[in-house]
Design a protein around this ligand. Structure first.
Ligand SMILES: Cc1cc2nc3c(=O)[nH]c(=O)nc-3n(C[C@H](O)[C@H](O)[C@H](O)COP(=O)(O)O)c2cc1C
Length: 348
């Protein structure tokens, strides 16, 4: 994408126009207060960066103590947090950016210390192979319904706090992805087994929070973030995720965000598409109606011009250099990048 296009306004939905196509990728800075309330650090972090982007995604707000992914995360788990969330949405919107709250349930990717003693829940009692984790409890049908309601309640809180939308965190091996993956979902009920059954949890959460959003008198964005594939044996394949993306498109999500290591990566679990970029295959699957957001080592003119996708999300560069977009926009060159000037060897 050319820099001109990147820094020009973008019509995300019929009612929502973004100041540009740049996105601050969701970053869980683990800087919130002990009880998950928004801190001064959270406010300062977002205030310094939101002015440069079209969308600022606040990373990994947990919907219940049981779904907390890490110490210091932001909580959207009870009404007492709305006041701080409102301050956060306000500083982001003052920067001219849309404020999106990413909602997460950790599933098995947590432990009882982080959840403050609440059970670690997952589709099946299969322990993850990495992270500070423990063997999770298999969710009952009633617990599945409870978690869906927690997503709805957290969406209500995001609305009350003045956010412009929510993004479901279906990436990075958290609960929504665990239901999709045959490696972590070994259920034999209507939420496990066939692909249609493994998609059911994500599709139900999306439809239920859309109903919440549709009852609001202002535009409210619903995004979905996913990791394209899992490389572990029996893991989630890119082919399965393409079907999920088509399902999300049919349900009417406002964007799909791809959580990738590298913006131009190709799939490894789908031999037929091995020469096609993940971002391009996703776009073909969902069609023009649904914007695709890409991420992964973006932050220089070179990268943006090579990247394909409708929205460009940047993580690490924002962590280290809050105002980097100003440098790229003004000169096309990002600080630290090779500017074609070299020091003669003999002068060193
Ligand atoms: C410190 C840190 C925290 C992150 N937190 C989240 C998060 O809460 N939710 C999420 O979806 N991705 C999270 N990510 C992934 C980023 O959103 C992004 O996809 C990744 O860093 C790749 O983009 P980059 O190369 O521009 O950093 C995090 C990454 C970092 C470095």
């Amino acid at each position: 994408m050319k820099l001109d296009q990147l820094f020009s306004p973008y019509q995300l939905t019929k009612d929502v126009r973004l100041q540009n196509r740049l996105v601050m990728a969701p970053l869980n800075m683990q800087s919130s207060l002990f009880n998950g309330a928004v801190s001064q650090n959270d406010l300062i972090f977002h205030a310094r960066r939101a002015k440069y982007v079209g969308i600022d995604v606040v990373g990994s707000a947990y919907i219940s103590d049981s779904g907390n992914t890490a110490y210091g995360s932001i909580s959207a788990a009870d009404d007492g947090k709305v006041k701080g969330l409102k301050q956060l949405a306000t500083v982001i919107r003052q920067g001219g950016s849309a404020a999106i709250l990413q909602l997460v349930h950790a599933g098995r990717m947590t432990n009882h210390l982080v959840t403050k003693g609440q059970p670690v829940l997952a589709p099946s009692p299969v322990e993850a192979q990495h992270g500070r984790v423990e063997t999770p409890t298999e969710m009952t049908s009633a617990q599945i319904e409870t978690v869906i309601q927690e997503f709805e309640q957290a969406t209500h809180r995001a609305i009350d706090a003045g956010f412009d939308g929510v993004e479901l965190h279906g990436a990075n091996t958290f609960l929504l992805q665990q239901f999709m993956s045959p490696a972590s979902n070994q259920r034999t009920d209507e939420f496990g087994g066939s692909l249609a059954n493994r998609i059911r949890f994500a599709a139900t959460v999306v439809s239920r929070i859309m109903k919440v959003a549709n009852n609001v008198s202002r535009p409210f964005i619903i995004g979905y973030r996913l990791s394209p594939e899992e490389i572990e044996p029996n893991g989630l394949t890119f082919g399965d995720n393409l079907v999920l993306m088509k399902t999300l498109a049919a349900l009417g999500v406002d964007y799909i965000s791809l959580s990738m290591k590298q913006y131009d990566q190709t799939p490894t679990t789908c031999p037929e598409l091995k020469d096609q970029r993940v971002a391009d295959a996703a776009k073909l699957a969902v069609g023009d109606q649904v914007p695709i957001m890409v991420a992964g080592h973006l932050g220089t003119q070179f990268g943006f011009e090579r990247a394909t996708g409708d929205l460009m999300a940047v993580g690490m560069k924002f962590l280290t250099t809050p105002d980097w977009p100003a440098h790229v926009k003004n000169s096309g060159i990002q600080p630290g990048e090779n500017q074609g000037v070299s020091i003669p060897y003999t002068a060193i």
